[in-house]
Design a protein around this ligand. Sequence first.
Ligand code: WTA
Length: 635
Amino acid sequence: MSYPYQITSQEQYEKAYKKSVEHPEDFWAEVAENFVWRKKWDKVLEWNFIEPNVKWFIGGKLNITESCLDQWAEKTPDVPAIIWEPNDPNEKSITLTYKELLHKVIEFAVVLKNNGVKKGDRVCIYMPMVPELAIAMLACARIGAIHSIVFGGFSAKSIRDRILDSQCSLAITSDGAYRGGKTILLKPAVDEALEGDSPVKKVIVLQRTHSDVTMKEGRDIWWHDEIAKLKGQELKDPLEIMDAEDMLYILYTSGSTGKPKGVVHTIGGYMVYITYTFVNAFQYQQGDIYFCTADIGWVTGHSYVVYGPLAAGATSLMFEGIPTYPDAGRFWDIVDKYKVAVIYTAPTAIRSLMAYGLEPLKGKDLSSLKVLGSVGEPINYEAWQWYYENVGKKRCSIADTWWQTETGGIMITTLPGVTPAIPTFATLPMPGVQPVLMNEHGHQITESNVTGKLCMKFPWPGMIRTTYGDHERCRLNYFNTYPGYYVSGDGALRDDKGNYRIIGRVDDVLNVSGHRIGTAEVENIINVQDCVVESAVVGYPHEIKGQALYAYVILVGEVTQEEALKKINDAVNKEIGHFARPDKIQFVKGLPKTRSGKIMRRILRKIAEGEIDNLGDTTTLLDPGVVEEIKNHRV
Ligand code: WTA
């Protein structure tokens, strides 16, 4: 079976793009026809970017899991929906066909119901990359509960903040997780997150590592016990019919203000958009084995490990481990073992593997590969070439896909084999995506080869609807800078053929190994330490991580620098997670500030980047002397 909406030639792309701009409602309605709806929509689109208010497929009724599971359980019941490759290559892999996955989702949906979860309730999920994670999220969707997945690398405090913000009534976790050679405990972090008052009344715990964890009487229950209770009973499918604009999930992401915000995606438009982009950006053909290396805890995993591939009836390969375990050839072993056709990974992973040279690729049969995807940060020229030559053997097309948690799905990309790829360019917008570049005065840039702020002037079905519990925050963050436009926070350049090259963030958000971190978030943690007066965190280029954090910190009192370093690192670990720790911390006497007291981050960024001779105008500073001191003591 092929997909009626699959674009297979440049000419078709141009036609589709034109139609999507001239008649967006007809365009998306035609795509949406290919999904399972219980009741068709009355109206395709209602929108304004002022409040903002965006609604797609208004009046449509559906359950996303019927498009992801039931339709395929009927048409292609024995096709693998999920192939799971464990962390340890010696452990048995698991294949779940569409029929089996549907059954497991219904079973777990019943478990959720039995434990009091109702339509509209929020459920926090903190789990490793195991099939049960996908089952848990789909089971939530089946009963109309809203999942909020917290990446397994986040600390107890981060889990707590997220649970409180969205008032989750139930949490799902596992005893522990395997990551490379390590066993990491997850349940204790959830226990700590629930200490004191908590809206969470039940915790369902999956046994993965058989680690010794404590189970709180009356609150904590084992996943396997709950499933065992259902044996011999006839399962009553608890499927709920949902409205197209009901919430599907909340996913917290960092912005330029201190507190992560809960990005809300709704059901109908999201489903249509991510499936359309999945099929087109990867030129997926039924039967292909598709391998996205992202963790489900991030948006890439939500859209392109679970919902998108499944709604397309694809086979999604899910990997529990890390690229360098047991050695740096693991990805290539997996490609060889399962005859992977599409691999979708991040530049930071490519760069970390490049550092091991070509040895790990030797003897691995990569001839099944057709498409190489990249996501999460700009892919630098060297990494692009390495991926193209050594992984794709110059036969495969690279799809450098630009998008964000807020966009729900891929926005700008090459369509592999269809539209031309250009190293370091994400290239062309997906049909339905209308990017504009803004200059600093808020005017659209019409010239070519000029850099501006990347914005969108028209809604697409997969876009953010609100930030959970605080719509004003959504407006201020994304729609306020240039009234009438969605502001991405990224800078970009457009060439004379309309290709986009993403430059990176233009706000105070960093991208460390593909993880989004707000500098304000880290500063807030550093600043509350007793020994700290003030701090400023900026990013600097890092060979493997893409960007890393550089913190400038003013100390007070008797503390030694070693003690202060330890305190700061421990605090960041505890409040956010290990991945947000600054790579460099410089203790300074003062920070460069304007006369109105604003920290001049531009100068700090340049110093962190090592561009100390080119700091620009520093005469407007309150005390230009501090710059010299900082420059002289760079770390
Ligand atoms: C960056 C990940 C350049 C960008 C899907 C964006 C990219 C942020 C690319 C979103 C790319 C993502 N080229 N930059 N192909 N893809 N980014 O929300 O800065 O975790 O704003 O979503 O990653 O990160 P997020």
